[in-house]
Design a protein around this ligand. Structure first.
Ligand SMILES: [Zn+2]
Length: 295
């Protein structure tokens, strides 16, 4: 079982972990992320979960633990993770091999999912924020101090009263085009409507009832998504952009509308890349983490 690895995808809410070999997950569990722990206890918690996989008698006690984590990573140091109870500049033990979760997802899609056959791939995940992983000529771009790919924080609205972002600044793309931003705008424009509760309900109102105000909100949302994507196209010119997160479920609806915007807003229509929904969905983080090279 040389190909089997212990892999974790640690999110702000849930942690998935299990045994992975290439693009297959053989065994997994999902548990709530223990954000109440001290950093030392958090590491002990990871070790205890990893031990559960070793009980299966498949993996020896010395097996390394591959971890996708939503944070800025350099080598085996977590420089920063906003949604986890960990210290800045925290060194992880060498048995744990860290990757940024968005980069892990992009790598998994590139090798085994919607990015197969392409060399330059951008993966975007729309949810609470906007995550991204960038692969150029087959290589994950990590950048200075592991900070590449924070496309959610490119400023697209410089007005003083632009929507505030979780990073503390205003006018970031994710403050305008994440699913959180879509829901906030729907609630503000239609405060008494039940369909404004989440992104799925907003799209259902559009697709099943053709509600005029919901349609207008979603059309604006797709335009906001297109602004950021056309900036990415103009900088990187990827061959394919993979769309992940809940909005991938609406891909058939957004795809033609997004293309219409991009053909006008990208530098040239011939730089508009292929667009696909993510193939691996929630599995991409775990599969991608296990693809990280050993340091
Ligand atoms: Zn921001």
């Amino acid at each position: 079982m040389n190909n089997c690895k212990i892999s974790f995808d640690i999110g702000g809410t849930n942690t998935r972990f299990g045994i992975v070999a290439k693009e297959c997950i053989f065994w997994e569990r999902i548990v709530p992320t223990r954000s109440d722990l001290t950093p030392a206890d958090f590491l002990a918690w990871i070790d205890a979960l990893a031990d559960e996989t070793k009980d299966a008698d498949i993996l020896p006690a010395s097996t390394p633990i591959y971890i996708a984590i939503p944070g800025q990573i350099q080598g085996n140091t977590l420089l920063r993770a906003n949604n986890l109870p960990l210290q800045n500049n925290m060194a992880f033990p060498s048995r744990m091999i860290l990757s940024n979760d968005a980069n892990s997802a992009a790598l998994a899609e590139y090798l085994y999912g919607a990015g197969q056959g392409y060399k330059t791939v951008v993966m975007l995940t729309f949810g609470t924020g906007i995550g991204s992983g960038i692969i150029i000529d087959g290589k994950v771009i990590s950048g200075l101090n592991g900070a590449a790919g924070e496309v959610g924080h490119m400023m697209i609205d410089s007005r003083a009263d632009a929507p505030k972002c979780t990073c503390g600044k205003r006018g970031c793309w994710e403050a305008i085009a994440s699913t959180t931003a879509l829901v906030a705008r729907a609630k503000s424009e239609r405060p008494n409507e039940a369909w404004t509760q989440n992104g799925e309900a907003i799209f259902a109102e559009v697709r099943q009832k053709n509600n005029e105000s919901a349609v207008a909100i979603v059309e604006q949302h797709i335009k906001n998504i297109a602004v950021g994507i056309s900036n990415i196209i103009n900088i990187i010119a990827p061959e394919v952009i993979i769309i992940g997160g809940g909005i991938a479920e609406q891909f058939d609806y957004i795809h033609p509308r997004l293309l219409a915007h991009l053909e006008k807003s990208a530098y040239s229509p011939n730089t508009v890349p292929d667009l696909f929904p993510a193939f691996m969905k929630n599995n991409a983080g775990m599969i991608g983490a296990a693809l990280a090279p050993k340091p």
